[in-house]
Design a protein around this ligand. Structure first.
Ligand SMILES: [Ca+2]
Ligand SMILES: [Ca+2]
Length: 245
């Protein structure tokens, strides 16, 4: 189909248009370890409650956790997530799963990614625009603080987690098998040796598959727990093993 053909041509209208916003970043000297000084707190976090201020500080475990997420999506490693990255992820998955452009599965994959990028990454709400790591951190923390997802039900309703479950559940049987998980996570360049421990963490009842509920809970914990420390719950290592510092 037309769209598949276009996809294969890589360089697609990508935005140079999103105006660079001043990033509320800390001085480089503060970006190591657990910064505790008030100066290290980004300006936008100054009025947040303590748990989200802690998360916002350079070196926080929340930042380390989200960095993994960012890096899984910024697959070309240029420091911004843009549609080019998403196309590369789609193509990696297409190759791993040997999908043919134009098939319903290919179209669903493409549409799903397009929806997620436009609605949750692009500041322009379309395929243009780009998102830096600092943008992501600020957006996530402010969304949490604004109470966008006070519980799992709201989270499932208001984020694309349902849709991404369907993308991972390639055979549509309502569960994620180890193979489905590996294929999807490896398209995001998760190291092979990390796939198994991450899968096992998400498979909380150790049934050998990840259920919809387990998947939703993992993403809910991942985004809404303001740290990656003791008591985090399943999902702490959702996009890779969180480095300890
Ligand atoms: Ca990128
Ligand atoms: Ca499945």
């Amino acid at each position: 189909m037309q769209r598949g053909g276009q996809l294969l041509v890589a360089a697609r209208g990508r935005a140079q248009l999103s105006a660079p916003r001043p990033l509320a970043s800390a001085p480089q000297s503060a970006v190591q370890g657990y910064a505790t000084t008030v100066e290290a707190l980004p300006e936008w976090a100054k009025d947040l409650p303590p748990q989200w201020q802690a998360a916002a500080k350079p070196g926080s475990s929340y930042r380390r956790k989200m960095k993994l997420h960012f890096d899984r999506i910024d697959v070309d490693g240029n420091g911004t997530v843009e549609w080019d990255d998403i196309e590369q992820i789609i193509m990696a998955y297409v190759i791993i799963r040997q999908l043919r452009p134009g098939t319903p599965e290919f179209e669903a994959l493409y549409e799903g990614h397009r929806f997620v990028f436009a609605n949750f990454w692009s500041p322009n709400k379309d395929l243009t625009g780009q998102c830096t790591y600092d943008d992501m951190i600020r957006n996530m923390i402010l969304a949490n603080n604004a109470g966008l997802w006070k519980n799992m039900d709201e989270f499932v309703e208001k984020t694309p987690v349902k849709m991404t479950f369907a993308l991972v559940d390639a055979d549509g049987d309502g569960t994620i098998s180890p193979r489905e998980f590996m294929e999807f996570w490896q398209a995001h360049k998760l190291k092979q040796e990390e796939c198994r421990p991450v899968f096992e963490e998400l498979d909380t009842d150790k049934s050998g598959i990840i259920t919809r509920e387990e998947y939703h809970a993992a993403f809910f914990n991942w985004f809404t727990t303001p740290h990656a420390d003791e008591g985090h719950g399943p999902g702490k290592n959702l996009w890779g093993i969180v480095p300890s510092a």
